[in-house]
Design a protein around this ligand. Structure first.
Ligand SMILES: [Zn+2]
Length: 347
């Protein structure tokens, strides 16, 4: 075990009383990136949960703390990883995704691991390689409101079973961004769970119920009959903006902006968006600042979006998700993910 890894604290079987009386006390007790090792009834196997890679996504931490306070013994050993503990503790609590000027930890799970966040990412990956869990769940919140979903690189029965512990939807993507699930997948079946908005109590409940299933069930890799209802969305494409883009949110076009989206644009999350539904406005001179690349690098923007004058429409019926109304995330990460409404990938 990684007792000696200086980039992550290892804590075996903490007593519930040592975990603090609040989320904040719990994070202070962890002090920084940490892995809790909870012994199970069957000590020969283990499973892993990772959370708080983003400091403003509390549902996974809350759920794990709630479980540990109840002292319910897991079926097998469970490793609980907490990534951006210091970021989450930076006032106001659970406010920063990453600290200003620092990289996004969930984009650092790839070489060269030469930043502070990269060292944390490598410590998590090294611990996973050493402990060889039978499954890994990475728990997040979405930036806006919206339903829960899983993200996976695979749609085999194992990954469907893991997703089905938490949610009814699964995105399957080969996009390589440096996220944990892409790089752990080589060693362990991994599914990311987006529980829903960080302000939404339902997201806390989804994380808690899913984690209780994940830690207490004898077998989490075998699909239950309900898992076959899982809606699978293949190869979503991201709408990204070039770094110099001015994005604005409002109910009419901002003449100073390259792209304007209505504040309620996130209502389209997972709904069908037909060709007739206006998504917002784009200055035609700024059209090149919008990028939609397929995983093979091919630009598919003109297959998915069209401009009529200054009005932005889908070029075909789409399903959109992870739509953000946070301009910083729209610029640094993406505005939304899209698949064709048929659910098949974009070619
Ligand atoms: Zn996240």
């Amino acid at each position: 075990m990684s007792f000696g890894n200086p980039h992550i604290r290892y804590w075996f079987n903490p007593a519930p009383a040592d975990l603090g009386e609040s989320e904040e006390q719990f994070l202070r007790a962890l002090g920084g990136p940490a892995v809790l090792h909870i012994p199970g009834k069957d000590r020969s196997r283990n499973r892993a949960i990772c959370t708080l890679l983003h400091g403003n996504e509390p549902s996974g931490t809350r759920a794990i703390l709630r479980w540990l306070k109840q002292a319910v013994a897991p079926a097998v050993d469970v490793l609980c990883f907490f990534g951006s503990v210091k970021t989450a503790l930076t006032e106001p609590l659970f406010h920063y995704r990453q600290l200003p000027g620092e990289p996004d930890l969930n984009r650092c799970f790839k070489p060269p691991f030469d930043t502070h966040q990269g060292s944390t990412a490598k410590a998590i990956l090294d611990t996973l390689i050493e402990m060889h869990p039978e499954a890994l769940i990475d728990i997040h919140n979405t930036s806006g409101m919206g339903p829960s979903f899983a993200v996976s690189m695979n749609q085999d029965r194992t990954h469907k079973a893991l997703a089905g512990l938490f949610t009814k939807r699964m995105l399957v993507t080969g996009l390589k961004l440096g996220a944990l699930f892409e790089y752990s997948e080589r060693n362990v079946a991994t599914v990311t769970i987006e529980c829903g908005g960080s302000q939404d109590p339902r997201a806390d409940q989804i994380a808690y119920q899913g984690i209780m299933r994940f830690v207490t069930e004898e077998d989490v890799l075998d699909p239950k009959p309900a898992d076959w209802d899982l809606e699978v969305l293949l190869e979503p494409v991201r709408l990204e903006l070039t770094g110099d883009t001015r994005i604005s949110y409002g109910n009419q076009e901002d003449a100073q902006a390259d792209i304007t989206l209505p504040p309620d644009v996130e209502n389209h999350n997972f709904g069908r968006v037909s060709r007739e539904v206006q998504l917002g406005w784009v200055n035609p001179l700024s059209w090149h600042k919008l990028k939609m690349n397929a995983p093979d690098g091919k630009d598919v923007k003109d297959k998915l979006l069209r401009l009529e004058g200054r009005s932005l429409f889908p070029a075909q019926a789409l399903k959109l998700f992870m739509i953000t109304t946070n301009p910083a995330i729209a610029l640094s990460d993406c505005v939304f993910y899209a698949v064709r409404d048929s659910g098949s990938d974009i070619d």
